[in-house]
Design a protein around this ligand. Structure first.
Ligand code: ADP
Ligand code: MG
Length: 516
């Protein structure tokens, strides 16, 4: 290995949390002037490894070299001094300060008698941002920036501190496709000047599009490193998951059954008077997946809240939502769930789990009244434990300890799997409503979720699938309706969906859809 070109070299890094090995003997070399992608499923140990390089965590064993010199960071401050910078999954910016103030925060000493030379600083920020295609107004309050804009501030902050090795942890998770393009151009321009980037992502298309080298992590270990030129999506997916991954899910046709969900002339006006849904009508039969396509903000949130019973009662909802003839509009969430309706909301982690409750409690939440779990006057603990273990293994929910630890100890991806397990296993499932079910989920889990959706349909459930990804809808839906400004504008029938005759008509531009 050519030592001179290594910007950073991690050798034999191990790190455990309790008995759980988050990193085991991981060795990765980041070459100078290159983008090194680090991929792996949720919980594979990517953030742990990058936090070690950034000095946030101390490794249990192993060594780190930066620019050929052995280092041992006791804190991020020391890593920053060595030229390392990190943009975290959650930004660390202060909304009430300006862009420039956020950028200098912590990197310069002002003080009562020595105010910061803000004019000079602003000029420097503008120069840095222009050079790398990251337009920002240094005087704008941070709170006025889009998420993409805030991310640019984080990156400029690192450059301002003279970082030569930039770590970005899942930077594209929060970006739209055009913003992602822009970020990648910036990254290419940074490495062209001799900096190095460690790019953590689980989106394989991105790895192939932008990086030079890719390392794959699997369950805390390094599964391999290779030049991107010799990598394929299938190969990376196989290394991440440890088996062949079907990038397209089998979805055999099936004769739909009775009408399960029937929405008729559904209108919703928000408390302030804004009309969010106008005259929605659609039906979903047993064994059918009805896809709702469209750009977010066209009524998806409101439609879901009406279906789920969580809508703001100060607003006005009219029309009807019937489940096998029974009116749901006006019922509360528990009443709707009791009729065999399962919901997987987009914001699963905020609205579908209780972080302080244990993994087991979250898994069986809402099922405590089932006879099977009772014995005498109490719960059948053994039965509960067995059911929890079954769901954990069937849905591949991974955690370091026992099911009685708090849910918050699970990684985000595993929390999502838990919500899926609970909702898909609801006894008497008749209608499954899913919103953006694979957003932020890694590739092995996407395959699993898609298989589960098809399985639910095959078992006779009706499925309403809301997704902004046309590709996902085409893979799973029987019919697709396009939601635009609160109404279903076009409906594509089964033949058109199967033949993929949806894109290319100019129609998707009209409603702002893009195929990813
Ligand atoms: P990734 O970034 O690849 O999704 P992480 O490095 O965040 O994975 O986590 C790897 C594993 O280590 C996860 O299973 C997570 O639950 C566990 N883990 C991470 N940080 C801690 C911690 N501070 N305490 C206990 N377990 C942790
Ligand atoms: Mg992570």
């Amino acid at each position: 290995m050519g030592g001179v070109n290594a910007a950073a070299r991690l050798s034999g890094i191990s790190k455990s949390f309790g008995a759980f090995k988050a990193n085991e003997e991981v060795s990765v070399t980041i070459e100078r002037g290159s983008i090194h992608a680090l991929v792996g499923e949720n919980g594979a140990g990517k953030s742990t490894l990058s936090n070690i390089l950034y000095g946030l965590l101390r490794p249990d064993s192993g060594s780190i070299e930066v620019d050929g010199r052995r280092v041992s960071f006791a804190s991020p401050r020391q890593a920053i001094e060595a030229g390392i910078g990190m943009v975290h999954q959650h930004f660390m910016l202060i909304p009430t300060l300006t862009v420039a103030e956020n950028i200098v925060l912590g990197s310069e000493q002002g003080g009562l008698f020595r105010p910061l030379p803000m004019r000079r600083i602003e000029k420097e920020i503008v120069e840095l941002s222009r050079r790398h295609g990251m337009e920002v107004d240094p005087r704008a309050p941070l709170s006025t920036l889009s998420v993409g804009g805030q991310q640019r501030v984080e990156i400029i902050k690192l450059l301002y501190r003279k970082a030569r090795i930039l770590i970005l942890d899942e930077p594209t998770a929060v970006l739209s496709p055009p913003e992602t393009e822009r970020l990648f151009e910036t990254l290419r321009s940074l490495v062209a000047e001799g900096r190095s980037v460690l790019l953590i992502t689980h989106k394989l298309d991105e790895v192939l599009a932008v990086s030079d080298t890719v390392s794959v992590m699997k369950r805390g270990r390094l599964a391999g490193t290779m030049p991107v030129a010799s990598a394929t999506k299938e190969k990376l997916a196989q290394m991440m998951v440890g088996r062949d991954v079907l990038l397209r899910t089998e979805n055999p046709p099936q004769q739909p059954g009775r009408e399960v969900l029937s929405i008729d002339r559904l209108d919703y006006v928000m408390p302030g008077g804004r009309r969010k849904l106008q005259g929605i009508g659609l039906t979903v039969r047993a064994g059918e997946v009805y896809g709702v396509a469209g750009v977010e903000g066209n009524g998806q949130t409101e439609l879901l809240s009406l279906l789920w019973g969580t809508w703001d009662r100060r607003g006005n909802a009219t029309g009807s939502i019937r489940l096998e003839g029974r009116e749901l509009l006006g019922l509360h969430p528990a009443g709707i769930a009791a009729l065999g309706v399962s919901m997987i909301p987009e914001d699963r982690l905020r609205s579908a789990v209780i972080p302080e409750f244990s993994i087991g409690e979250n898994l069986l939440f809402g099922r405590h009244e089932e006879k099977a779990f009772h014995r005498g006057f109490g719960f059948d603990r053994e039965r509960l434990t067995r059911e929890t273990a079954r769901l954990e293994s069937e849905y591949d929910i991974r955690h370091g300890g026992a099911a009685n630890q708090p849910l918050s100890s699970l990684s985000g991806g595993n929390q999502q799997k838990l919500v899926f397990a609970r909702e898909m296993e609801r006894p008497g499932l008749r209608l499954l409503v899913l919103a953006q079910p694979t957003r932020g989920v890694d590739i092995g889990a996407i395959e699993q979720i898609h298989r589960r959706i098809i399985e639910a349909r095959r078992n006779g459930a009706a499925v309403l699938l809301i997704s902004s990804q046309l590709e996902e809808l085409i893979a799973l839906a029987t019919r697709i309706g396009c939601l635009f400004e609160g109404a279903i504008r076009h409906e594509f029938g089964e033949e058109e969906v199967r033949a993929g005759r949806i894109g290319g008509s100019g129609f998707e531009q009209e409603i702002g859809l893009h195929i990813t």
